[in-house]
Design a protein. Structure first.
Length: 638
């Protein structure tokens, strides 16, 4: 990363400056006035020298202090120069000592020794106090000039590398940074810690089974998925689920984040990928987990590439190469997580790569109860805490938000010095978390929830009673991450090869049922149906132009079959005249109008059922086929 590069350059500069300054401070400060030997002898004879220390190479000495200066110094310290002011600073013995030392330092001198037989005689004659000293000069020089700076330098390096964080060592640039999860039995995450996303857990369990016992699968010739992509909104527990797989599988688990591949040096990302797979192959069976794969897996620039390949693209290409290059039967499973599947490069999702996608969605009511249970396990709860009620109060919350609520509630209780967490703490915590989420526009309000409930009920009821429409399997008002506020699960159009005109009309009616219900109940329509309307328009237009099902233009295909002329992509307009274009529009409008009328009429007749279903939905958030049949009665035969 660029930021890191700048950072380290600054640190180098600071290191060098510091060393430079230290050199100056340590070694220039001790410079003592040096005099010539003859000057020394002269001073000696003149009686100007007080005492000396003689070493093998030099003589260090102290000039006698001038008489008057000594005196004045003595009076100064006794009285204080200006009396009053100096009395405030009472001199401690320590500061007096220091003063004396400083004063002596000024009188110090040193002389390089020459061969002088009479030195001792001269000293004695001058009445100088003298002493010898064996100086291990070599050692102290070595220590001062080499060892101490080295220690300081090493210390600084250590500090800097600590600061820059682990894995930033320049020398290990091309190495994979994957963490291998140690199987610390105390902190191990298991499936017990993951709640509310049971379907996803079921699917990954199979992977764990495979890794524990690969022969069981390969003996039967079963092909296992190479790559598993966990897809879902933020905070729903994708990373948690991957860790749980690691905890359960008991095999090495290489985990790193997509952004770990994006580095400051060109080619590092690709090298890391190579290294990671090489390491994993040695440790198979094992799991490789790439969190937030969108950081490297973004769609590559299509068409003409102007600036050549960029770093991220190289990394992605290397990843694709490695994925194609390993044989899953040796027991490597690649897992990845993302909350932006829409930006991923389609090449990543092709068969043989991340060919299995697991949806990790926001939990429904029961799921939230289960997650509350997980996160309150370690809390001391008051008797009045009702987890079901809490779950009902938190529609649209993902696991991370629920964990947040529990933590916040515990903090509130601690702040109020309670020894148990009460329901009131939880309610306050929920309010706080909601306030945070509302700022990010992530929650829907009560009124919106109602609209969604009636809208989805509308789809379900029309779908249930209209011959040709698909049977409804599941209705949900749990907000989904990617746009839709609720959904109704029906067998999709794409799975069918042949459809009659009636079936297509039934399909359109079902899609319009949502908006019709809104109009009946609330007297106005909302923007929530835009996706429905898009699909309605597409089906209706295809009925006229592709399938030749119109009244005025029967059996006429109006599609210009080009190589891109996929059925789903709509007709090419240039194939026909203005007049026919007008006719198409009229026919399309007529189909939609009729279907909407039918849907509205049906819902008005079944108003009581609509109410009942919407209320059930508001209460339970998700209802499945059985409950739908319970409310609406058996499906009429078509
Ligand atoms: P994601 O990777 O999907 O963004 P995380 O796995 O990082 O979400 O979830 C963050 C935290 O939220 C987890 O560590 C866990 O404490 C909590 N959490 C999220 N989902 C769940 C869940 N389904 N069950 C229990 N805890 C969850
Ligand atoms: Mg995550
Ligand atoms: Zn709808």
């Amino acid at each position: 990363m660029e930021k890191r590069a700048k950072f380290s350059i600054w640190y180098y500069l600071i290191v060098f400056l510091t060393i430079f300054l230290l050199q100056i401070l340590l070694f220039s400060g001790s410079a003592v006035k040096e005099i010539s030997y003859s000057a020394f002898v002269d001073s000696l004879q003149a009686g100007k020298i007080e005492r000396v220390v003689i070493t093998q190479q030099k003589i260090i000495g102290l000039f006698r202090a001038p008489k008057d200066s000594l005196k004045s110094a003595a009076t100064k310290s006794a009285k204080g120069e200006k009396g009053v002011i100096h009395e405030i600073y009472k001199k401690t013995p320590w500061s007096l000592q220091l003063e004396k030392y400083e004063e002596e330092l000024k009188r110090q001198f040193q002389v390089v020794r020459v061969d002088d037989d009479k030195l001792i005689e001269r000293l004695q004659a001058a009445g100088v106090d003298f002493r010898g000293k064996i100086e291990s000069n070599w050692f102290s020089n070595f220590l001062l000039n080499w060892i101490i700076p080295l220690i300081i330098l090493a210390g600084l390096w250590v500090i800097i590398f600590r600061r820059m964080g682990p894995g930033s060592q320049v020398l290990s640039v091309g190495k994979s940074k994957a963490k291998i999860y140690a199987e610390d039995p105390k902190n191990r995450v298991t499936f017990k810690d993951v709640a509310g996303i049971d379907e996803a857990v079921e699917e990954v369990k199979e992977v764990v089974e495979f890794l524990k016992n690969p022969q069981k699968y390969t003996r039967l010739g079963a092909k296992l998925p190479k790559g598993i992509l966990l897809v879902g909104p933020p905070g729903t527990g994708k990373t948690l689920l991957a860790k749980a797989v690691a905890g359960e599988a008991g095999v090495p688990f290489f985990s790193l984040s997509g952004s770990d591949f994006v580095e400051m040096f060109v080619g590092v990302g690709a090298a890391r990928v190579r290294d990671l797979f090489a390491e994993a192959k040695q440790k198979a069976p094992c799991i490789i987990f790439i969190d937030e794969i969108d950081a490297i897996g973004k769609r590559r620039a299509g068409g003409v590439i102007v600036g050549g390949h960029d770093e991220r693209e190289n990394t992605l290409n290397q990843l694709l190469v490695e994925m194609d290059g390993f044989d899953p039967t040796i027991g490597i499973i690649l897992m990845a997580a993302t909350n932006r599947p829409d930006v991923l490069d389609p090449a990543l999702l092709r068969p043989g790569r991340f060919d299995r996608q697991i949806l990790v969605d926001r939990p429904d009511l029961n799921g939230r109860v289960a997650i509350f249970k997980v996160h309150t396990r370690k809390l001391v709860l008051d008797k009045n805490v009702d987890l079901r009620k809490l779950a009902a109060q938190t529609p649209g919350f993902a696991g991370a938000e629920i964990a947040n609520v529990c933590n916040e509630a515990a903090l509130l209780a601690a702040r109020k010095k309670r020894n148990k967490v009460t329901m009131e703490d939880f309610m306050e915590a929920i309010e706080r978390v909601i306030a945070g989420l509302e700022k990010k526009n992530k929650l829907i309000n009560e009124r919106e929830r109602q609209v969604v409930a009636y809208h989805e009920s509308g789809h379900a009821i029309v779908g249930h009673f209209t011959p040709g429409a698909d049977p409804v399997q599941k209705v949900s008002i749990v907000p989904r991450g990617m746009g839709a506020l609720g959904y109704t699960l029906q067998t999709p159009l794409e799975d069918r090869y042949l459809m009659s005109r009636n079936e297509l009309l039934g399909k359109i009616k079902g899609l319009l049922g949502g908006r019709a219900a809104e109009e009946i109940v609330f007297g106005e329509v909302s923007t929530g149906a835009s996706n429905d309307l898009e699909r309605v328009a597409q089906i209706a237009r295809n009925m006229i132009t592709v399938y030749g099902m119109s009244k005025r233009l029967p059996n006429l295909s109006l599609v210009q079959q080009t190589q891109q002329g996929f059925l789903g992509e709509g007709p090419q307009t240039s194939a026909h005249s203005e007049k026919i274009a007008q006719l198409i529009d009229d026919e399309v409008l007529e189909i939609i109008r009729e279907c909407y009328q039918d849907a509205k009429q049906l819902l008005t007749e079944k108003r009581d059922k609509l109410e009942k279903m919407a209320q059930t939905l508001l209460e339970k958030e998700v209802i499945t086929e059985e409950t739908i049949v319970e409310i609406l009665g058996p499906r009429p035969q078509s």
